[in-house]
Write a protein that binds this ligand. Structure first.
Ligand SMILES: Cc1cc2nc3c(=O)[nH]c(=O)nc-3n(C[C@H](O)[C@H](O)[C@H](O)COP(=O)(O)O)c2cc1C
Length: 351
């Protein structure tokens, strides 16, 4: 089993604090099994915030900001398993964890979700408060983080009432549970099948059997749907969507593409409304309904070589096909059957 890589991610910047202790306990069984264990201390890395430029939707999924994000992505990609240890700050994990997710979203959705490599994930959070109302978003973010990077989530829980640095050492019974979860992780790697931890069953509330998060949307028929992975818990419901599967990731991606199409088809309207809003302080009265159906454009649209080259150079790689089709519909709506470079420059989306 040598050569298997286990990545420990400590979200806290507090050196040797509670999260570090928890992570150490989570990783001990993997070390004993001789796996290659590595720890990333997010607090010691430089991680900027997403600026929403969509630059990461390029062929290489690289963020335009230059900092330690690529190091983190590479380690995540190489790992066979991920152990996450995070403190709770204002009811949820510290913002650096969210920054990693935001900045690697395109990569995770397009590449990780389609990866054949099976990963396992576990997470333990730590919070100062003694009641779960003090840390309601910990499970949600832990599941989201591990699910986003293609991990089968074996178990997670939150240790409360550990406010001071190192205070978690006052509760060896809880640390033993952490060790058990670490055992699950190590054994799952050894056996090549995910062994779900029984620790989750200790929870006093409903958790999603798939991603172990605890946030639900109640459907009209009364059944709950997991807000994190999308799994419907109502057995007789036909919608068995789960966004942490290759099929689910594709459906999720197609929703995103639909937004891209909408933005292109309504591009002129958006430009006009922006002008009216910012230059004339006018907010339009009516809602603008977009028909994003790209079938039946009606006319065959030709592209000039130059226009196609410009599209390839200026539009994020993963959006090129859908942008091309949407621009053809837009051209057809304008009575055109030919897209030149000039026309492309006029009707292209600006991200
Ligand atoms: C900015 C900040 C916000 C916090 N917010 C919460 C909170 O909302 N709920 C809670 O239970 N504990 C909260 N805590 C307490 C931490 O979760 C607790 O100190 C934890 O042990 C820190 O873990 P660490 O030693 O790994 O950094 C907060 C701590 C900080 C520094």
């Amino acid at each position: 089993m040598e050569g298997k890589r286990v990545l420990g991610i400590c979200v806290s910047a507090r050196k040797n604090g509670n999260s570090s202790i928890i992570l150490n306990e989570l990783l001990k069984p993997s070390k004993e099994k001789g796996y290659q264990v590595e720890v990333l201390n997010l607090g010691a890395l430089e991680i900027g915030h997403c600026i929403g430029c969509l630059g990461c939707s390029n062929e290489f999924h690289k963020c335009v900001l230059k900092d330690d994000l690529e190091v983190i992505k590479n380690k995540i990609e190489e790992a066979d398993a991920i152990a996450l240890a995070s403190p709770c700050y204002y009811l949820s994990p510290p913002s650096r964890l969210k920054a990693v997710m935001d900045r690697s979203a395109a990569w995770a959705i397009e590449k990780m979700a389609n990866s054949k490599k099976k990963k396992y994930g576990v997470a333990v959070s730590v919070a100062g408060g003694g009641q779960s109302v003090w840390y309601p978003l910990q499970r949600i973010y832990s599941s989201l983080f591990l699910g986003l990077y293609n991990c089968e989530i074996l178990g997670q829980f939150v240790i409360g009432q550990a406010f001071n640095k190192g205070e978690v050492l006052l509760s060896p019974s809880k640390l033993r549970l952490v060790g058990q979860l670490g055992e699950n992780l190590a054994s799952s790697i050894a056996q090549g099948r995910g062994i779900k931890s029984s620790i989750n069953e200790c929870e006093d509330k409903l958790i999603c059997p798939n991603c172990l998060a605890d946030a639900f949307k109640i459907n009209k028929d009364g059944g709950p749907t997991c807000a994190v992975c999308g799994l419907s818990l109502n057995k007789d419901q036909s919608d068995q969507f789960n966004r942490f599967t290759p099929e689910g990731a594709q459906i999720h991606q197609s929703h995103i593409m639909n937004n891209v199409i909408g933005g292109i088809l309504a591009g002129d309207e958006i430009t006009n409304r922006m002008k009216d809003y910012w230059e004339r302080n006018v907010l339009h009265d009516n809602d603008f309904i977009i028909n994003t159906d790209l079938s039946n454009i009606g006319t065959a649209i030709q592209w000039d070589g130059e226009a196609l080259r410009e599209l390839k150079q200026s539009i994020p790689h993963v959006l090129q096909d859908v942008v091309k089709k949407a621009l053809e519909k837009k051209a057809a709506q304008q009575g055109l059957n030919h897209i030149t470079k000039e026309i492309f420059m006029q009707i292209r989306p600006k991200y």
